[in-house]
Structures are given as C-alpha cells and as structure tokens.
Design a protein around this ligand. Structure first.
Ligand SMILES: [Cu+2]
Length: 175
C-alpha cells in the first residue's frame, strides 16, 4: 500500500518534470484581438545535445508576427500568405511572417533559454480555441526534436512525448 503510493507519487513527479522540460509557452492564455507575447521556454536539448536552431511555425490567425532580437542568435523571418483575410486594426491583411527560424547560437543541454515573438491575435479566431505553435528543435550532430504533436479529440498534450506548445484564446484574463 505504502509502496504503491510512493511509486504513484514518483511517477507523477517524473511526468511533471518532463512536462516542465519540454518546449512550452510561458503565457497559457492570449486575449482576442490583442498582442500576445509568445515566450517559448526551451528546457533541454536533444538527448543531451546542444540546441543550435529553433524553427517556429506561426499559426494561422497570429498576425504581424515579429521575433524579439536575441543576442547571439539570428532570427530569420519567413513570409507567408495567410489562409484567410483578417482585420488588423481596421486594415485587411493576408500576409505576414509565417515562420521564424533562430540560428547561430548554441544552447547547452544543461542550460535554459527563451525565444520570444509577438503577434496580434486575430479577432476572427473563436474564443476558447487552443492554438498550437509547432516548434522544431535542431541540435548538434544532426539531432532533432519535433514539438509538433497536437492532441486528438479526448486527449491532452500530457498524453504525448513531444507535444506542440499551446495557448488558449480568451476574452478576459482568467486567474
Ligand atoms: Cu522535455
């Protein structure tokens, strides 16, 4: 009995620390129609190898995305045409940065860092929607981690080994 409880607790702790170590977004909610600061937290490399490149796919409906310059890294801004037209501060937009690629740096597996971009959340995106931000992490020796898993119906990100970071669109911040 005691032993089982201990094992269950250890398993829960291990799962929690694995989730913490993934690539995740610091802000789990974004306000509809407002700017969202996406802080991608990189908790580890690929199986002990250093991170040298981070590809971020900017999801549909995140408008006018801009990376925050990062010392020691170069941010490439890949232009894309949006699938739909959106209203951005009263003006129609249908293109912007669709992918951001940070490269040139070297983040050791035993160190932590953050990669930041900002975008405006299209008012057209429904409230309550979970937005997944696929990230591909490249490391030394050609190692790669793909944080692109989006949960199937009835599952959650915790059910996956390499879930895509995500946030939820809300009308007002919830505590
Ligand atoms: Cu992890």
């Amino acid at each position: 009995m005691k032993k089982h409880a201990l094992i269950a607790m250890t398993a829960a702790l291990m799962m929690a620390s694995a989730a913490d170590a993934h690539i995740t977004l610091e802000q789990s909610q974004a306000l509809s129609g407002k700017a969202y600061k996406a802080i991608l937290r990189v908790g580890h490399g690929c199986d002990g190898k250093s991170t040298v490149k981070i590809h971020v796919q900017v999801p549909e409906g995140l408008l006018a995305a801009k990376p925050m310059p990062k010392a020691g890294w170069t941010a490439e801004k890949v232009k894309a045409t949006y699938e739909k037209n959106y209203d951005l501060h009263g003006k129609p937009v249908n293109e912007g940065v669709g992918e951001i690629v940070w490269s040139g740096g070297n983040l050791a597996d035993d160190e932590y860092d953050e990669f930041i971009f900002r975008a405006t959340i299209a008012k057209e995106l429904p409230l309550g929607t979970k937005i997944y931000v696929p990230v591909v992490q490249e490391c030394t020796d050609g190692a790669v981690e793909r944080w692109i898993q989006i949960p199937a119906a009835g599952k959650s990100s915790d059910d996956y080994d390499t879930p895509a970071p995500y946030f939820e669109i809300v009308a007002e911040p919830r505590s």
